[in-house]
Design a protein around this ligand. Structure first.
Ligand code: NAD
Ligand code: ZN
Length: 350
């Protein structure tokens, strides 16, 4: 089959690789109908954040498709079912999964499809994929729901929602979102569900700030000066009640802590490529900072968020700017990375 393979820093290629097969009785094999390029793929693409992906590995953890082969031990799925799958691979049975923390799964050693830690599971930027623990991982998609509406439930929509939820936004609050990439934009949509009075979007990319405006966010342009100062000036000198960090670097993390009001909350979902980084401890202490951060347990959110998409309260498909054949993925990575051609979210069709 055709798949997108990692070959080195800044180098992904369309290659022919062996078709996946059923390995364990609890597996299914999906025929992929849509996959996407994620901001987290860009970390791997650049070799940021430690270990490189093995050369030749199939990339991608955002994918959905149709069940094509079913292992003998699978009880809830049949050939032809349309399903979404979360980005992290979990067994559903270990101690961590039973605590509803599937991203900490002991069985898979915290694996991610197409990732570089834990057990290796080839990714979804491909024509087909093996999904282990299929009864647990697969969520059926109603016939009337498009791939474009369903796909992001497995990763960036759940992540944006969790970021807003962890912020503890209350009606009337002021919220600032650092990063108007796919995750930040979906965090803005999610924040609106909690009834904030105002939402600000912080970025330096004009077309992304313009899209944020559609989701009710007022722009804070990084090129116009220190974002914490700009946010204080816009909020009567106090700073926002809640700051959502959706970038994943020391600079926006520090800026988020500097911007939030005293006793406010910073909620961070950016994947930090730094293994350790500076922390403004004194400011955080005297501010009575509340801090939440972490990887998203997307498996827990796919079903609860689905009706919000079906009812139009969340509009994830609005962030899609490009849909291209799978074989064009190298170009998709490049424009998403360099923010060319007004790219926000790139979808791939096998
Ligand atoms: P992206 O790279 O497209 O978006 C990042 C945005 O941040 C860009 O628009 C960029 O211009 C902007 N930016 C850069 N520096 C900034 C600063 N100082 N202040 C404000 N904005 C700044 O990627 P994305 O797909 O939106 O992903 C964002 C982050 O979320 C990545 O780190 C990704 O790995 C992470 N992520 C985490 C999870 C999770 O489970 N926690 C899941 C998916 C993605
Ligand atoms: Zn992702």
């Amino acid at each position: 089959m055709k798949a997108i393979a990692f070959r080195g820093v800044g180098d992904v290629r369309t290659e022919t690789v062996p078709d996946p097969t059923i390995v364990d009785p609890t597996d299914v094999v999906l025929r992929i109908t849509t996959s996407a390029v994620c901001g987290s793929d860009l970390h791997q693409y650049h070799g940021r954040g430690g270990a490189l992906v093995q050369p030749g590995s199939v990339m991608g953890h955002e994918f959905m498709g149709v069940v094509d082969e079913v292992g003998a031990g699978v009880t809830t799925l049949t050939r032809g079912d349309r399903v979404i799958v979360p980005f992290s691979v979990s067994c559903g049975r270990c101690e961590w999964c039973r605590r509803r923390l599937p991203t900490q799964c002991a069985t898979t050693q915290r694996a991610v499809f197409g990732g570089r830690w834990g057990h290796v599971f080839p990714g979804g930027q491909a024509e087909r994929i093996r999904v282990p623990f299929a009864d647990h991982l697969c969520e059926k998609v109603p016939a009337g729901m498009s791939d474009e509406d369903a796909l992001f439930l497995g990763d960036i929509l759940s992540t944006g929602f969790v970021c807003a939820e962890n912020g503890g936004i209350r009606p009337g609050d002021t919220v600032a979102v650092f990063g108007a990439g796919p995750v930040g934009l979906l965090a803005m949509q999610s924040a609106q569900l909690f009834g904030p009075a105002r939402v600000f979007a912080v970025d330096r990319v004009d077309y992304r700030l313009a899209l944020a405006g559609e989701f009710g966010a007022e722009p804070v342009h990084l090129d116009l000066g220190d974002p914490a100062e700009q946010l204080r000036a816009a909020t009567g000198g106090h700073g926002p009640d809640v700051v959502l960090e959706c970038v994943g670097h020391e600079t926006p993390f520090t800026q988020a802590i500097q911007a939030v009001r005293a006793a406010g909350t910073v909620s961070s979902v950016g994947v930090y490529v730094e293994t350790s980084m500076g922390f403004p401890a004194r400011e955080a202490f005297f501010k009575d900072l509340n801090l939440r951060m972490g990887i998203c347990n997307a498996r827990n959110y796919m079903a609860p968020l689905m009706p919000l998409v079906q009812g139009g309260k969340l509009r994830p498909a609005r962030i899609i700017t490009h849909t291209m054949p799978l074989g064009d993925a190298p170009k998709g990575y490049a424009i998403f990375d360099k923010k060319e051609d007004r790219a926000v979210k790139v979808m791939l069709k096998p």
